[in-house]
Design a protein around this ligand. Structure first.
Ligand SMILES: Cc1ncc(COP(=O)(O)O)c(C=O)c1O
Length: 420
C-alpha cells in the first residue's frame, strides 16, 4: 500500500477524543511480512518480543500471520503468567527473575504442561529455581543468557547484563547444572544489543555513526565464535538444548547467518518507532503513532497541542523524545520539546492547520507508548475498524508497578473488612 498522507489521518481522527494512539493494520501487516522475509531461508523461527508490542491482540495477530513466528519472549514473570491465562504458550523469559512467588507459579505452570523457560546467568539463579522446582516436584527448563558485547580500547560495545562474558565462564555455569536435579538446560540466549538496537544513521550519535559499522563488523566476528563454542559444549555435555536464541530487529541479517542459532527475537520492527528509521539494512513502515490535537496558536506559524510528552527510556537524549510525523515540516521548539500537557511547534508548510486539527507523532521506542494509552485505534483501508486494548487497557502494568489487579484485590478485601 502507499504510505498514508497527513489528510488520511486528520480526516479519520476529526471527531475522536484526542490524544489517541493508533495502529495502522495495513502497515503492521507489511512489516510482519517484511520481517519474515528478512529472516527466511536459513531455517530460523522468530520469537516475538512482547515488551515491544504490549497488546495481546497484536501478539496473536503476528503469531497467526506466518508460521515463521513461534513463541514469545516475555519481560516479567507476572506478565508470562498472565499471558498463559490468556491462552498463550511457548514463553521464554528474556531476563532473570528472583521473586519466589513468581518462580513458584511458573513452576506450577510447567507442571500443568505449559512451555515456559526461565532465564539465568549465575549459580545463584540455579540454586533458587532448583529449590522451588524441587518443592513443586518438577524439572524446570532454563535458558542461559550469555554476554555478547565486545570491548574495544576505551569502548564497551554492547550492554551490561550477563556476567557470562567468556567461553570459560559459560562452561563453568553449564557444568553447574550437573549439581541440580530439578532444573534442565534447555536453551541458550545471546542478545547482541550493539547490532540489534543500534542504528548507523541516528543523527543524535553525530560522528560516532562513522565508526559504528566498523565496530559492528568486528563485534560480530568476536561474539559469533563465543556463541558457537558454547552451543557445541552444551551439546557435547548432552544437555537437552532445543533453543539457541539470538538478536533483535536490527540484527536479523547477521543473526541468521549463525548456523547454530535456531530462532531470532523480534519486537520493535513490527511498530517501527522512530529510532528504527536509522538502520542501513532495512526500513519498516511507521505502523504505530499517536495523534495530538491543536488547541491554541501562540503566534503566527506556531501551534500548541494538548499532551505529547511521552519520552522513551534509556540514556537521556534528544532522540528519546517523540518525533513529529505528519504533516511533514512540524518542528518542535528547543525550549519545550514535547510537553507534559502542552506541545508547541512551528509549522510553515502547505497544510492549512487550524485549532482542532490533528498532528501525528511517533514514539522513539516500540512498546512503551502502550503504557500511556489504554487502547489503540486500529486503522485499515482509510477506516477505523476497531479499538484494541493495550496491556494498560487490560489493567496490566509490568515492570512499572504491581499489577493493578493485585491492588484492586487489596481494596476489595479492605472493603469487606470495613463492612464487618
Ligand atoms: C533479550 C532481548 N532480546 C531481543 C530484544 C530485541 O527486541 P527488539 O526487536 O524490540 O529490538 C531485546 C530488546 O531489548 C532484548 O532485551
Amino acid at each position: 500500500m502507499t504510505t498514508p498522507t497527513y489528510q488520511y489521518y486528520n480526516q479519520l481522527f476529526k471527531n475522536e477524543q484526542l490524544p489517541l494512539c493508533y495502529c495502522n493494520l495495513d502497515l503492521l501487516n507489511e512489516n510482519i511480512q517484511a520481517i519474515a522475509k528478512r529472516a527466511e531461508g536459513k531455517n530460523k523461527t522468530i520469537r516475538v518480543a512482547t515488551k515491544s508490542v504490549r497488546s495481546t491482540f497484536v501478539l496473536q495477530h503476528i503469531l497467526k500471520s506466518n508460521p515463521i513466528y513461534k513463541g514469545l519472549m516475555c519481560y516479567s514473570g507476572n506478565e508470562a503468567l498472565w499471558l498463559i491465562e490468556k491462552g498463550f504458550d511457548d514463553l521464554l523469559l528474556g531476563y532473570p527473575i528472583v521473586n519466589k512467588e513468581e518462580i513458584r507459579k511458573i513452576c506450577q505452570q510447567t507442571k500443568a504442561g505449559k512451555k515456559i523457560i526461565l532465564m539465568v546467568d549465575s549459580e545463584e539463579h540455579l540454586l533458587l529455581i532448583n529449590s522451588i522446582a524441587k518443592e513443586e516436584n518438577i524439572v524446570q527448563p532454563l535458558c542461559i543468557d550469555i554476554d555478547m558485547s565486545t570491548d574495544f580500547p576505551g569502548i564497551h560495545f554492547g550492554v551490561l547484563r550477563s556476567p557470562i562474558t567468556t567461553v570459560q565462564k559459560g562452561k563453568e555455569l553449564i557444568d553447574c547444572f550437573n549439581k541440580y536435579d530439578n532444573i534442565s538446560l534447555s536453551a541458550l540466549m545471546g542478545y547482541e544489543a550493539q547490532i540489534a538496537g543500534l542504528g548507523e544513521k541516528n543523527p543524535a550519535n553525530g560522528l560516532k555513526n562513522l565508526v559504528i559499522p566498523f565496530l559492528k563488523k568486528k563485534s560480530i566476528v568476536d561474539y559469533t565464535k563465543r556463541r558457537q563454542e558454547l552451543v557445541e559444549y552444551i551439546k557435547q555435555k548432552k544437555h537437552p538444548i532445543t533453543i539457541v536464541n539470538a538478536g533483535g530487529t536490527g540484527s536479523i541479517e547477521s543473526s541468521k547467518l549463525e548456523n547454530w542459532v535456531t530462532e531470532i527475537t523480534v519486537g520493535s520492527g513490527f511498530y517501527s518507532p522512530a529510532l528504527f528509521d536509522y538502520y542501513n539494512q532495512f526500513k519498516h513502515q511507521p505502523a504505530v503513532g499517536f495523534a495530538l490535537q491543536i488547541v491554541r496558536k501562540p503566534k503566527p506559524d506556531f501551534y500548541t497541542c494538548l499532551g505529547g510528552g511521552y519520552i522513551a527510556s534509556g540514556t537521556i537524549g534528544i532522540d528519546k523524545q517523540p518525533t513529529p510525523y505528519l504533516p511533514i515540516g512540524v518542528k518542535l521548539t528547543e525550549n519545550e520539546g514535547t510537553g507534559e500537557v502542552q506541545t508547541p511547534f512551528e509549522y510553515k508548510g502547505n497544510e492549512p492547520l487550524n485549532i482542532g486539527d490533528t498532528i501525528l507523532f511517533r514514539h522513539a521506542k516500540a512498546g512503551e507508548i502502550n503504557e500511556r494509552f489504554k487502547e489503540m485505534y486500529l486503522i485499515s483501508d482509510g477506516k477505523i475498524i476497531d479499538k484494541i486494548k493495550t496491556y494498560r487497557g487490560e489493567d496490566q502494568c509490568f515492570c512499572d508497578s504491581i499489577a493493578l489487579k493485585t491492588n484492586l484485590h487489596v481494596v476489595f478485601q479492605y472493603a469487606i473488612f470495613v463492612q464487618f
